[in-house]
Design a protein around this ligand. Structure first.
Ligand code: GLU
Length: 297
């Protein structure tokens, strides 16, 4: 049974691989609106576990962009790069309870084992780990740590409805700590959402298929599962997802209220007044969001 949820606590959790862009602003605004509409707290967490991909100064840049838009967190932001001890404690618990195991495989070995047991590898996406080290590394040193998945997960998204994923066949035993010593997003996000008392995760739809992995980790660690709302993706003109990886431009903050209005439109809110201040635009967006509750779809 999931633990009952208490006072609303939401968060925006950018990876500081680049400045805020039109896509990430939609997630930031939706999480802020939903927290405010529920009279809850809104937090910002800087997800900089993948240090080499985070240029120095980017998190400060993002916090400055949010502030210019009137999106100010209710508590000081936290940085994942400073929370390794929490992730290690969670990994130790997962190892002790048999939910995590050491894996000695290199990338090339995984690809070769995949082809031997499961056939040609898919052109895109992560390989499903074929389970080589599930029952031990045959004396080889562990390079990475993996989560032992079981069966399928069914979950409810406030916009997308009931979702299911077969973790065993679609994802496989996924990495918690990488061979290069970096923490995997899945573990860090689960530990932090629980430690920060997050009741509601509001984020972009591109992350929806990570949710079953996170729910499986929550269950293995005895942590509550938050409610989830995945917001519509913002596509570039060529139909691809807008992301920092494909060079989405930083938002132009000369007129913050215009950016807020555009993001609100992308969330499907009715047109907001023009020529309003950022604060008035946020207030109008909040009223529209409240109107759309309880499902916010
Ligand atoms: N850090 C992730 C990103 O920027 C978001 C994680 C989340 O909201 O769970 O894509």
């Amino acid at each position: 049974m999931d633990t009952p949820l208490t006072a609303y606590r939401g968060r925006f959790a950018p990876s500081p691989t680049g400045p805020l862009h039109e896509g990430s602003l939609v997630a930031a605004l939706a999480s802020w609106l939903d927290a405010r509409a529920h009279g809850g707290a809104w937090l910002v967490r800087i997800e900089d576990v993948d240090g080499p991909r985070c240029p120095p100064g980017t998190s400060e840049l993002i916090l400055g962009q949010l502030a210019a838009l009137g999106l100010v967190p209710d508590e000081p932001p936290v940085w994942q790069s400073r929370r390794g001890e929490l992730y290690q404690a969670a990994l130790d618990r997962l190892i002790a309870t048999g939910h995590a195991y050491g894996c000695a495989c290199t990338r090339a070995e995984i690809a070769a084992a995949y082809e031997r047991t499961l056939g040609p590898r898919p052109k895109h996406g992560e390989l499903v780990y074929p389970g080589t080290c599930r029952h031990g590394t045959q004396g080889r040193p562990a390079r990475a740590w993996r989560f032992r998945v079981q069966g399928h997960i069914e979950w409810q998204d406030r916009r997308l409805g009931v979702q299911t994923q077969d973790l065993a066949t679609e994802v496989g035993d996924f990495v918690l700590k990488r061979a290069d010593g970096l923490w995997a997003y899945q573990l860090a996000v689960v530990v932090d959402d629980a430690e920060q008392g997050i009741t509601d995760v509001v984020r972009g739809e591109d992350l929806a298929d990570n949710t079953p992995r996170q729910i499986a980790l929550q269950r293995a660690l005895g942590l509550p599962t938050p409610r989830y709302l995945h917001t519509p993706l913002v596509l570039a003109a060529d139909g691809h997802k807008l992301s920092k990886q494909n060079g989405a431009a930083a938002i132009d903050l000369t007129h913050p209220s215009e950016r807020l209005r555009e993001a609100a439109t992308r969330l499907g809110l009715p047109p907001l007044p023009t020529k309003a201040s950022a604060a008035d635009t946020l207030a109008a967006a909040l009223q529209a969001w409240r109107h759309r509750l309880p499902d916010s779809g």
